[in-house]
Design a protein around this ligand. Sequence first.
Ligand code: SF4
Length: 67
Amino acid sequence: MTVCENREKNLAECTCTYSCDKRGICCECVAQHRAMGELPGCFFPPEAEKTYDRTIRKFVEVMQGRV
Ligand code: SF4
């Protein structure tokens, strides 16, 4: 498992509710989702995050009218 000196601090801020070994290891989380054309769960509002749909299409859909 990756050792990250910031993991505990990152976990305190992480809003992802999916059970995942990358939680708190933001560099791996971002890289994984970027490779799939997605965004990390923390970019989504809570109700959308819970769907586990991390696609950019979903992000644009839920952010319409919020920004
Ligand atoms: S956003 Fe994705 S990679 Fe990151 S902790 Fe959640 S499920 Fe894991």
